[in-house]
Design a protein around this ligand. Structure first.
Ligand SMILES: *[C@@H]1O[C@H](CO)[C@@H](O)[C@H](O)[C@H]1NC(C)=O
Ligand SMILES: *[C@@H]1O[C@H](CO)[C@@H](O)[C@H](O)[C@H]1NC(C)=O
Ligand SMILES: *[C@@H]1O[C@H](CO)[C@@H](O)[C@H](O)[C@H]1NC(C)=O
Ligand SMILES: *[C@@H]1O[C@H](CO)[C@@H](O)[C@H](O)[C@H]1NC(C)=O
Ligand SMILES: *[C@@H]1O[C@H](CO)[C@@H](O)[C@H](O)[C@H]1NC(C)=O
Ligand SMILES: *[C@@H]1O[C@H](CO)[C@@H](O)[C@H](O)[C@H]1NC(C)=O
Ligand SMILES: *[C@@H]1O[C@H](CO)[C@@H](O)[C@H](O)[C@H]1NC(C)=O
Ligand SMILES: *[C@@H]1O[C@H](CO)[C@@H](O)[C@H](O)[C@H]1NC(C)=O
Ligand SMILES: *[C@@H]1O[C@H](CO)[C@@H](O)[C@H](O)[C@H]1NC(C)=O
Ligand SMILES: *[C@@H]1O[C@H](CO)[C@@H](O)[C@H](O)[C@H]1NC(C)=O
Length: 615
């Protein structure tokens, strides 16, 4: 990186000298594309929210490419945004929750130890040195004019917004706490100005109009620009406990989102889609706290259907924002040289597996998020079904801007252009902390201790031979879903497994297991998934991209399909499994058992396979 930077600086000096002589601005910069990234807050893909956004369908689906298998790698706002903006998995940022040090749950349990007025998510981001190593700064260093409007991350507030300011921006207007989530009285803070309240103005509309001003300014600056637009919709209207918003509350109050007045009658009668996993009568072999979730009664169902409509109504203002931004790009005659992305920080569930509204889980509703891109040479009206993730976004933007990739990126550029052939089949999903349910019934539906710390792997092979979600909970329970036949994740087919090396039991799963077509029984597959997850849980950089190389440095195995060969059975069985020593609210390495970084994952040695691996 030092090399890239030095070259960039040297190049910049030479260019600026040359340009000064010629009296015009650098040609290379003039040709670099603009990038606009619209990022919503908590928008689902799988409860069909996008189907209620005609502007997104017209401007992005019809005019661009839809990545239908795009995933966040940690399903909660702050850690997900930090991963997206740094290109690093949460285990490499250690920004794993919305509050410092470990999360809201712990801080509520130990009020004395935590200074509740102190900044959380944002201060952790700063402490980790990430304010010096993230997208806006990298883009600015590469000649971009950078701007951001809307929510940056949790606990970025009136008390810490200038201590320090987020680095790397030419222009900002942030939604900050305590008014981040107040739709008709947001708190905003622009550049180095003091914060201001916006009573009576609709948050998403203000974000849209500020975005438009920033685009106009940026277009006349002569530099390429990178603008992020992050409206709050459709996040809950969250009130902070023990503040003027909710003085009596000891826990945040997550009210449904508030739509703009003009949208409050939209979508009458629309309900949460009743998929196979919506409030199911039977919860087959679920794990952890899921198994204690009660069946919903009609009162709860009606409440959350209304909650869902309010989300769609709040998204209608986001749709207006999309119309205005795309019209503005056209009006400024920038369409030919501007990439526009539409995505969300994480997904959302309401009632699937009887969960109250919320995110934070490894279920498909929470991790599979909208991702659309349009721009120069991006195919129109095309759907890509290859898995991609939020840790791929930073590399993707570098690729679009022609900036050399950093070697500490944990992902690779998404195949946005047909010429890009490098693709991954795995997505590493992780979480530490609690399930923070939202809405009136959340506290009564969730049990008081919900250990929501887990490592998960979403894997979809090229030809869909394998299409699975594998989860290892901090209780060491395992879950495995064959998504080809069980897209609702209703039937856990994981081999019953308690602690490493003990109590391995095939409890009849293979017999009814559809994955076991040829030679691929569940037990064999699970040993491969365990090994892969073992590598991924502490991976960095290229290891996250090419995890099989740790075990097969010669490249002889580069996919789950390759790894399924029976000649590797003993080898995979010999690798220690993830074995949590407890459920923590944060990333406490010592509780997470063996790891590839501790030398627990050997390389396969074909010459000694028999000697070492046959028992
Ligand atoms: C997009 O493609 C589908 C078929 O894949 C087609 O039915 C539809 O008309 C296309 N839409 C546009 C706007 O081109
Ligand atoms: C992550 O941060 C917490 C403090 O919030 C710290 O206790 C923990 O050791 C860190 N984990 C790692 C792996 O650095
Ligand atoms: C953006 O800020 C950087 C760093 O301060 C500065 O070098 C650059 O000239 C600014 N760009 C514009 C267009 O003002
Ligand atoms: C708006 O929020 C501010 C604090 O952010 C508060 O002081 C003010 O009373 C609120 N105004 C209204 C009309 O609620
Ligand atoms: C969007 O554009 C329309 C038409 O120009 C305008 O009336 C409306 O106020 C704009 N909305 C926002 C949120 O900027
Ligand atoms: C749970 O899994 C076990 C073992 O595969 C099976 O015997 C049992 O029927 C399953 N329970 C349900 C409710 O499907
Ligand atoms: C429905 O369930 C909720 C949540 O458990 C409970 O608070 C409520 O009293 C129940 N209502 C009825 C009518 O049973
Ligand atoms: C494994 O199966 C045994 C016996 O059926 C059961 O008691 C145990 O709870 C199971 N363990 C897990 C982690 O599911
Ligand atoms: C649960 O398992 C039973 C018995 O195997 C099966 O009949 C039922 O369809 C399963 N339920 C769901 C929601 O998949
Ligand atoms: C949650 O984790 C703690 C600490 O590891 C453990 O003692 C407790 O039994 C777990 N609770 C549940 C419901 O699994």
């Amino acid at each position: 990186m030092v090399v890239y930077k030095a070259l960039a600086v040297l190049g910049g000096i030479l260019l600026s000298l040359a340009c000064r002589a010629e009296g015009k601005r650098p040609k290379e910069n003039a040709q670099k594309p603009n990038i606009i990234m619209i990022m919503t807050d908590d928008q689902d893909l799988l409860m069909n929210s996008v189907q209620y956004q005609p502007a997104v369908l017209k401007q992005f689906r019809d005019e661009g490419t839809f990545f239908e298998r795009h995933y966040c790698t940690i399903a909660q706002c702050c850690p997900s945004r930090v991963s997206l903006l740094t290109g690093k998995a949460a285990h490499n940022t250690n920004v794993t929750d919305i509050r410092a040090p470990y999360g809201m749950y712990e801080s509520l349990q130990s009020k004395e130890k935590v200074d509740r007025s102190s900044p959380g998510g944002y201060s952790k981001f700063v402490q980790q040195g990430l304010n010096d190593q993230w997208l806006p700064l990298w883009f600015q260093q590469n000649g971009y004019n950078t701007a951001y409007v809307g929510k940056l991350m949790n606990e970025h507030s009136t008390t810490n917004y200038d201590n320090p300011y987020p680095r790397g921006f030419n222009s900002t207007d942030f939604l900050i706490d305590p008014g981040t989530y107040i739709y008709y009285n947001a708190t905003m803070q622009s550049n180095h100005d003091p914060p201001r309240s916006l009573p009576g103005q609709y948050s998403t509309d203000v974000v849209a109009s500020r975005a438009m001003e920033m685009m106009t300014d940026a277009a006349s600056s002569g530099s390429p620009f990178f603008l992020t637009v992050a409206p709050i919709g459709p996040h809950t209207e969250t009130l902070f406990p023990r503040s003027f918003q909710a003085p009596e509350a000891t826990f945040p109050i997550f009210n449904p989102p508030v739509p703009a007045d003009r949208h409050k009658d939209l979508h009458p009668g629309v309900q949460v889609p009743r998929g196979t996993n919506f409030n199911p009568a039977v919860m087959n072999n679920t794990s952890s706290y899921f198994k204690n979730l009660p069946l919903w009664n009609q009162t709860v169902i009606d409440y959350y259907d209304q909650f869902y409509r309010l989300r769609l109504q709040a998204l209608a203002a986001v749709d207006d924002l999309v119309t205005n931004i795309t019209s503005k790009v056209e009006e400024l005659k920038l369409l030919d040289n501007t990439y526009i992305i539409y995505t969300s920080d994480n997904g959302y569930h309401i009632g699937q597996h009887r969960l109250p509204a919320g995110k934070t889980c490894a279920i498909e509703e929470d991790i599979n998020v909208p991702f659309f891109i349009r721009g120069p040479n991006i195919a129109k009206n095309v759907t890509v079904n290859h898995p991609t993730s939020h840790t791929d976004i930073a590399p993707t933007l570098f690729h679009l801007a022609g900036i050399p990739l950093r070697d500490d990126f944990d992902g690779i550029p998404m195949p946005v252009h047909e010429s890009q052939t490098a693709k991954l089949e795995h997505v590493n999903v992780e979480f530490w902390g609690s399930n923070l349910g939202e809405g009136n019934f959340a506290l009564s539906l969730l049990s008081s201790t919900n250990n929501n710390t887990y490592k998960a792997l979403r894997l979809i092979s090229d030809d869909y031979t394998f299409n699975v979600l594998y989860v290892v909970w901090c209780t060491n329970e395992r879950e495995l879903y064959d998504m080809n036949v069980d897209s609702g994740q209703n039937n856990n087919i994981a081999v019953n497994f308690t602690t490493s090396g003990q109590n391995r039991m095939l409890s009849g799963e293979t017999a009814r297991n559809p994955i076991g077509k040829d030679h691929n029984d569940v037990l064999s597959m699970q040993s491969r998934l365990d090994a892969l997850l073992m590598v991924l849980k502490t991976c960095k950089g290229d290891v996250c991209v090419h995890p099989w190389k740790v075990m097969f440095p010669d490249g002889s195995v580069s996919s789950l399909k390759d790894a399924m060969d029976h000649k590797y059975d003993q080898f995979f069985t010999s690798i220690p499994k993830i074995d949590f020593a407890g459920c923590a609210q944060g990333y406490i390495r010592a509780l997470e058992g063996p790891g590839q970084d501790l030398g627990n994952v050997p390389a396969y040695d074909p010459n000694h396979a028999h000697m070492f691996y046959d028992s």
